[in-house]
Design a protein around this ligand. Structure first.
Ligand code: NDP
Length: 312
């Protein structure tokens, strides 16, 4: 068992920003990188909307830079996944890789969220070369091109509308005969001249020589009207929801119906004193690298204040 002052779980922009701030505040943070070291951004080709990189930067490079910056101030960055925890009393206990126990005075949870994929092999084959789960991150590369968005919720409509501002044409592939999004979002998507909504349609696969050139689709699958057809596209966007990586905390923290950790107001505080949540695991709305970094900073400042107020 190891006793520490500050434990950060997760190595996306929230985790590393929390590590930079807490190490500079002499809290000697230990950061465990989690399942995907560097977080979701490591799978993004190029980031052009993070302030301070006028020529853009690869997701991998940005996460390497953030890691280096945290290490420079003494953050102890380790490989390992938090597999269970006991937050019933302070100091809080977290088990790493099913065996190592850490006892910590403050815990900053930055475990992120994982975009859902359809589960077809072509999504992996064309990952980063035509397949994306983030229109805001990658839409710019499809200016004046044709793209498809899968999903029928608010995210799918929002991403389709966003992409329609850049691309020449957007297919919205919806598995049911209706959209689930809010009425106003539905109307905007359905009435947009560049968006064609394909209801009752599922994706069978993708094709293309080097990058995505099209999708194999099926309408009314499994019924007598079943019809298979192809569409020509340059990009394939998933917008079928995200899963916040909060499962190990569910017995202790309040989660919303999707599993996002609830924080108090504009802060990163959870209902447990000394336990903070930042980044995508607590953010169903913005999901941007810059907002995650900002919330990691908030969590770190609050952690520092919390420790300063605890009587010795
Ligand atoms: P949702 O869970 O609301 O919607 C997911 C969509 O993806 C549904 O249409 C669902 O279809 C479809 N889907 C799921 N799995 C598959 C699959 N395997 N194949 C094809 N389609 C699939 O997720 P969102 O990310 O859209 O929204 C999450 C939350 O965030 C919601 O509460 C939403 O309101 C909120 N949000 C709000 C925004 C805003 O207010 N501006 C913007 C974005 C999100 P089906 O309907 O058939 O189940």
């Amino acid at each position: 068992m190891e006793k520490i002052k500050c434990l950060i779980i997760g190595s996306g922009p929230a985790g590393y920003t929390a590590a930079i701030y807490t190490s500079r505040a002499n809290l000697s943070p230990v950061l465990y990188e989690g399942i995907q070291p560097g977080g979701q951004l490591t799978t993004t080709n190029e980031i052009e909307n993070f302030p301070g990189y006028p020529d853009g930067v690869s997701g991998f490079q940005m996460m390497e830079d953030l890691k280096k910056q945290a290490a420079r101030f003494g953050a102890d960055i380790r490989p390992g996944i938090a597999t269970s925890c006991d937050l019933s009393q302070s100091p809080y206990k977290v088990i790493i890789d099913g065996k190592k126990q850490i006892e910590t005075e403050v815990l900053i949870i930055c475990t992120g969220a994982t975009a859902k994929y359809l589960g077809i092999p072509d999504e992996v084959k064309y990952g980063g070369i035509g397949v994306s789960a983030c229109a805001t991150c990658d839409g710019f590369f499809y200016r004046k091109k044709t793209v498809a968005v899968v999903g029928g919720g608010d995210s799918a409509c929002e991403e389709a509308i966003y992409l329609a501002g850049l691309a020449n044409k957007v297919y919205l592939i919806v598995r049911k005969d209706h959209l689930r999004a809010a009425k106003i979002m539905q109307e905007r998507a359905l009435n947009h001249p560049k968006i064609e909504v394909l209801f009752n349609t599922n994706t069978l696969g993708l094709f293309g020589e080097k990058t995505v050139e099209g999708a194999h689709l099926v309408k009314y699958a499994g019924t007598p009207q079943e019809e298979k057809f192809d569409i020509a596209i340059d990009g394939f966007f998933l917008a079928i929801g995200h899963t916040p990586n909060s499962a190990i905390f569910k017995d202790y923290l309040e989660l919303d119906e999707t599993g996002y950790i609830k924080t108090q107001g504009r802060s990163a505080k959870t209902a447990i004193p000394g336990v903070f949540a930042a980044g995508d695991v607590a953010d169903p709305y913005y999901r941007q690298a810059i907002t995650a970094a900002g919330s990691g900073c908030i969590a770190a400042i609050e952690a520092e204040r919390y420790l300063a107020e605890i009587p010795c």
